[in-house]
Design a protein around this ligand. Structure first.
Ligand code: HEC
Ligand code: HEC
Ligand code: HEC
Ligand code: HEC
Ligand code: HEC
Ligand code: HEC
Ligand code: HEC
Length: 333
């Protein structure tokens, strides 16, 4: 048990080392990186938002306690801290806090009823909008509804559990940031699947046994750094940029040659951004090789042919040899 916890910590620390979505230093190239330049970005709602950041922007906040008749300092719990720089780097940085939250939040103490506040869903804003058609929000929504997490919707699971409302920033997958993409995407899952404090909000299980459950996978650390959880856990769908249908665990990919073969499933998922041509030629052709060398997936047609020819030649020589020996023997009598 101790060893297991230790490994979980090591794994998590390792993944955090590569990237942590909430780490200030973490940088991700996005399509609109020119636009998403934090240094010169000025929110249209800077002043409005500062009313909230004043308390939610760091660990400490102050308020005037009417009963005591003085200023009181208190500590903001980490779950409710929103880092300004990250918010202004996220996709939804052009928003006012009160676009998504009730304007009543300006008052403090916040009214208890606000806890029941109904939150918008992605689809409420993005559904049926031409501007976002390329993301196929409707199809992602449909996939999510078939996913294994959806049954926890009643307990509070939603798109927001994986796409943090205040930090989410879309990433563009290419060869230069492949490792970062993998780490970023896996951190989304490990946020719960290696953090019991979050996990227990949704599950009655007494422990997270993710390392044990993947014991069958050799070089686990290496695999987790080179493939995403979703490669093995989602249904491949070519219509959406990222498959969202997380299948029940029994249907997860377990066969090595699903990846370690010429028709690697990775071509339809992790390496989807590669051109169709390269996909047809398999791993051998293309820059993918530089990013990752997947044993078995790099098979080359010509090498295959050559080995076949050598094989046939060897068999041929053996057969001729046998015939000659039989003849020789026959001649000797
Ligand atoms: C004076 C400090 C202060 C200010 C200003 C403030 N908040 Fe809060 N907020 C808190 C504290 C403390 C909590 C946690 C306790 C609670 O829920 O009341 C909280 C909780 C929240 C929650 C979580 C409620 C829940 O369901 O748990 C939301 C959402 C929120 N604030 C939004 C806002 C927004 C939006 C603004 C700006 C319009 C804002 N707050 C301004 C101190 C503040
Ligand atoms: C795009 C919509 C959106 C914007 C903009 C937004 N929030 Fe939120 N916020 C949400 C949603 C949705 C949740 C609930 C997340 C969940 O259920 O996991 C939330 C939760 C919170 C919480 C509770 C803690 C938590 O993370 O669950 C606080 C505090 C909060 N928001 C404050 C703010 C402040 C301050 C701003 C402005 C700087 C802001 N929000 C801007 C959508 C938004
Ligand atoms: C309150 C409405 C609202 C909600 C809720 C909302 N979005 Fe958005 N989202 C927008 C708007 C508006 C933009 C464009 C912002 C801009 O151009 O600055 C945007 C931008 C984006 C972008 C960047 C698109 C691009 O091409 O630059 C992505 C990706 C995105 N949202 C994903 C999501 C996801 C995922 C969710 C749910 C977890 C979500 N959004 C929830 C309104 C919303
Ligand atoms: C179990 C976790 C999870 C849930 C739940 C989830 N997503 Fe995602 N989503 C991901 C991951 C992982 C990615 C890939 C992240 C990346 O590379 O930007 C992603 C990417 C996306 C993208 C961007 C696609 C792109 O081109 O990068 C959109 C849009 C999106 N999700 C919408 C949604 C919507 C809408 C919902 C709810 C119906 C949802 N997601 C629920 C994990 C989740
Ligand atoms: C190489 C494929 C592969 C990868 C990569 C992978 N998994 Fe799995 N995972 C499986 C298989 C197969 C099972 C079922 C194991 C069993 O039941 O014996 C499983 C089981 C699980 C379970 C169920 C555990 C339980 O309680 O029974 C969870 C949760 C899970 N994986 C999450 C993840 C997360 C999070 C990641 C990324 C860090 C990940 N997986 C990466 C193949 C994979
Ligand atoms: C908000 C927390 C959270 C996030 C984020 C999350 N999960 Fe889960 N996941 C859970 C919980 C809770 C369960 C249910 C565990 C249980 O009680 O069996 C679960 C169950 C699973 C299962 C097992 C399904 C089964 O058949 O029992 C798999 C596989 C899984 N998650 C994969 C993923 C992957 C892959 C990601 C990232 C794309 C992810 N999860 C992100 C909380 C989360
Ligand atoms: C989801 C796809 C996937 C599955 C399933 C998978 N692998 Fe891998 N494996 C990879 C990738 C990608 C790499 C590349 C690692 C690298 O770049 O070093 C890899 C690397 C390896 C390595 C080299 C490790 C190293 O440290 O360099 C071995 C050995 C290996 N896999 C064995 C297996 C075995 C055995 C199985 C089945 C039990 C398996 N793999 C299942 C994708 C997969």
């Amino acid at each position: 048990m101790k060893l297991f916890m230790f490994r979980i910590i090591i794994l998590y620390a390792f993944i955090n080392l590569i990237s942590l979505p909430s780490a200030g230093s973490f940088r991700f190239k996005t399509e609109n990186d020119k636009v998403l330049d934090t240094t010169s970005f000025v929110s249209p709602f800077e002043a409005d938002n500062n009313r909230c950041f004043k308390c939610h922007g760091q660990e400490k906040y102050e308020y005037s306690n009417a009963t005591l008749g003085r200023q009181v300092k208190a500590q903001m719990c980490s779950e409710r801290i929103i880092h300004k720089s990250e918010f202004y780097r996220s996709n939804h940085r052009n928003f006012n806090c009160t676009d998504c939250h009730s304007g009543e939040y300006i008052k403090f103490p916040h009214s208890g009823e606000l806890r029941m506040e109904q939150k918008y869903n992605c689809i409420d804003c993005h559904g049926g909008d031409e501007k976002f058609a390329k993301y196929h929000f409707e199809e992602i929504e449909a996939e999510y509804q078939k996913s294994t997490h959806f049954k926890m919707e009643g307990d509070g699971f939603s798109c927001w559990k994986c796409h943090n409302p205040h930090t989410y920033k879309i990433s563009v997958r290419n060869n230069n940031n492949l490792k970062e993409t993998i780490a970023y995407d896996n951190a989304i899952c490990l946020n719960c699947h290696s953090d019991f404090s979050r996990f227990q909000l949704l599950s009655d299980k007494k422990e997270i046994n993710i390392i044990q459950k993947h014991e069958w996978l050799p070089n686990q650390t290496s695999h987790f750094a080179n493939v995403r959880c979703i490669e093995c856990h989602t249904q491949i769908n070519n219509n959406v940029p990222v498959s969202h249908q997380i299948k029940p665990k029994e249907e997860a990919v377990k066969l090595c040659n699903e990846c370690h073969s010429k028709n690697s499933i990775l071509m339809a998922s992790l390496y989807k951004f590669e051109s169709k041509k390269q996909r047809r030629d398999g791993f051998f052709n293309g820059i993918i090789l530089n990013a990752s060398y997947v044993i078995g997936a790099n098979r080359n047609e010509y090498l295959n042919l050559i080995s076949l020819v050598i094989f046939v030649l060897v068999i041929g020589v053996i057969i001729i040899h046998i015939i000659l020996r039989i003849r020789k023997k026959a001649n000797n009598y």
